[in-house]
Ligand binder design. Structure first.
Ligand code: RB5
Length: 150
């Protein structure tokens, strides 16, 4: 599994902790920035991670900002992305199992690194419950995207 990581300045410390954690656990990571706490615009980095996922370069993505909100909104504008802002492990697991979320977003100013790493684990370990109602619902989202995104 290859995971793309991205952040803005408000999520830089958390992204660094997640990167250390994942590489320490031998998970292949692609870090698309930003690389410091110098102020940047979160959509620029959110879209880099989103493109790495929709292109197939990476399987899943994790994006951090101050709240996790801005990067989630931006990533969800990229067709094919289902980004989920999760600040608890149950939601992170459900985001994969029910929604086939392909990006997890986190807020560095909202939760501490210990919980964030548990959430990352829950997200990466879970899999989509393919077939049946969840598949139908995710397909409806894809149809909606086709209708509304020229
Ligand atoms: C940056 O100050 C902050 O607005 C950003 O990290 C994020 O929280 C936006 O949603």
């Amino acid at each position: 599994m290859r995971v793309v990581l991205a952040c803005d300045h408000g999520g830089f410390k958390l992204k660094s902790e997640i990167l250390d954690y994942l590489t320490g656990n031998k998970i292949d990571c692609l870090d698309v920035g930003t690389y410091s706490e110098e102020s940047v615009d979160y959509p620029d980095y959110s879209v880099k991670a989103a493109q790495a996922v929709v292109s197939g370069e990476c399987d899943l993505g994790i994006i951090c900002c101050g709240t996790g909100i801005g990067v989630s909104i931006a990533a969800n504008k990229v067709p094919g992305i289902r980004a989920a802002l999760c600040h608890d492990t149950f939601s992170a697991r459900m985001a994969r199992e029910h929604n086939d979320a392909n990006i997890l977003t986190l807020g560095q100013r909202v939760i501490g690194p210990g919980l964030a790493l548990d959430i990352v684990d829950a997200f990466l370990r879970a899999g989509f419950q393919a077939g049946g109602r969840h598949c139908r619902r995710v397909e409806k989202i894809a149809e909606l995207e086709k209708r509304t995104c020229p």
